[in-house]
Design a binder for this molecule. Structure first.
Ligand code: ADP
Ligand code: MG
Length: 376
């Protein structure tokens, strides 16, 4: 199995056999971008600069009116730019034919915008059709995408009104991916979905992204969604000013200013715990407790559990340690309150070398914790 040493390869094994399909991604760069709408005194965006490396998810987050949708529409040239430049794959989008450019950019919006009088299959086939692909190639691509988004092939003949909100959203993503665009723009794609389905769609999208590795700019006003979905988060404030552009971990540990600190919330310490899984911790050894654990049927959690959820379980159990188990229910080690406390203090002391970073598959930092040990 092919493995790279980027964070993107984490957890991708489930997709390994399907992951051989072609896939393109291009870096996106906004250079000193500004936008002033006609008749408006204040620009909606001014001096916005940021770079999204190829294959990364950048989440644009900020309060309503901070210019998120404006930024997205500038990138695919649905509106005209007032100043600065936008480069996709090193090429200015301003010098491209706008229609041709849009066929290279997948676009997903909250209302999904499926064509109501076209079937699911026809909707997905939109851009390949515009690009003049042969019929057989289009049909094969529609089948492939339906499989990718987990919809049955029979769904191709249905009309959007015959789908649930979540299914429509999946079809919207499939349509955006149809011609294998190097960039995906997603404007509040999960905004109209109920919380339970939203969480599921977010997870599905992350799984899909493991596989297709697109450059993605995803807009949300929900900081929790940003933390969950983003490789990096760009926090915008009024007037389209960039307050901070960083990894979720950095934003939670070192918010750039009061605005960011307030935006991420007073519970940012707890939110941080959701970024680390139990498998990334150096677990406490069960020692003699192991036999006891088996007999009393202690709380167990798989290694993929977030530290945040583990903390919640420990607190619910009045502070009792939690046994971390592998797929065969073998105890790998214990998580205790003091171990979580130590994680927080070590991160606070050096946000760039949190406990367990090596195990997470990201860059090793001198002095960071060793990979987790087999205990059982
Ligand atoms: P967000 O998506 O972050 O909520 P928008 O990009 O939609 O914000 O809007 C940014 C600012 O630009 C807001 O002040 C909004 O009122 C203004 N704006 C958006 N679209 C237009 C337009 N077509 N004409 C004039 N002003 C607009
Ligand atoms: Mg918007």
């Amino acid at each position: 199995m092919a493995r790279t040493d980027t964070a993107h390869s984490e957890g991708s094994s489930a997709f390994a056999q399907a992951g051989e399909q072609e896939s393109k991604a291009a870096a996106l760069e906004l250079r000193n971008v500004s936008k002033r709408y006609p008749g408006q005194r204040e620009p909606a965006i001014s001096g916005l600069s940021l770079t999204v490396p190829a294959g990364e998810v950048c989440v644009l987050v900020g309060p309503s009116g901070s210019g998120k949708t404006t930024a997205i529409r500038l990138i695919n040239r649905l509106i005209s730019i007032s100043g600065g430049d936008i480069l996709l794959g090193g090429r200015s989008v301003l010098r491209r034919d706008a229609r041709e450019l849009r066929r290279e950019i997948g676009y997903v919006i909250q209302q999904i915008g499926l064509f109501p009088h076209q079937t699911v299959g026809e909707n997905i086939a939109t851009v390949p059709g515009l690009l003049g692909w042969p019929k057989e190639r289009i049909a094969a691509r529609v089948r492939e995408l339906l499989e990718l988004i987990g919809l049955e092939q029979e769904m191709a003949a249905r009309y959007p009104a015959q789908l649930s909100g979540g299914q429509r959203q999946r079809v919207g993503v499939a349509r955006a991916l149809a011609a294998d665009p190097p960039l995906m723009l997603m404007d509040e794609p999960f905004g109209a979905i109920d919380p339970i389905n939203r969480a599921r769609l977010q997870d599905e999208f992350l799984g899909l992204q493991e596989q297709v590795k697109k450059t993605v700019v995803l807009v949300t006003h929900d900081i929790d969604e940003a933390i969950k979905m983003g490789d990096r988060i760009a926090i915008l404030r009024d007037g389209g000013h960039l307050a901070q552009y960083d990894t979720p971990r950095e934003i939670l540990i070192h918010p750039a200013d009061e605005f960011v600190a307030e935006f991420v919330g007073a519970d940012r310490g707890i939110k941080r715990l959701s970024l680390t899984t139990l498998g990334e911790l150096k677990l406490a050894e069960p020692n003699g407790l192991l036999a006891d654990l088996r007999s009393v049927g202690a709380l167990r959690a798989p290694a993929q559990t977030s530290v945040r959820d583990a903390l919640s379980m420990i607190l619910t159990a009045n502070g009792a340690p939690l046994a971390v188990v592998d797929g065969e229910d073998r105890v790998q080690g214990l998580v205790t309150l003091s171990l979580i406390e130590r994680l927080l203090s070590e991160e606070a002391a050096d946000g760039r070398a949190p406990l367990g970073e090596t195990a997470a598959g990201t860059e090793a930092t001198p002095g960071s914790a060793a990979a987790p040990r087999e205990v059982a």
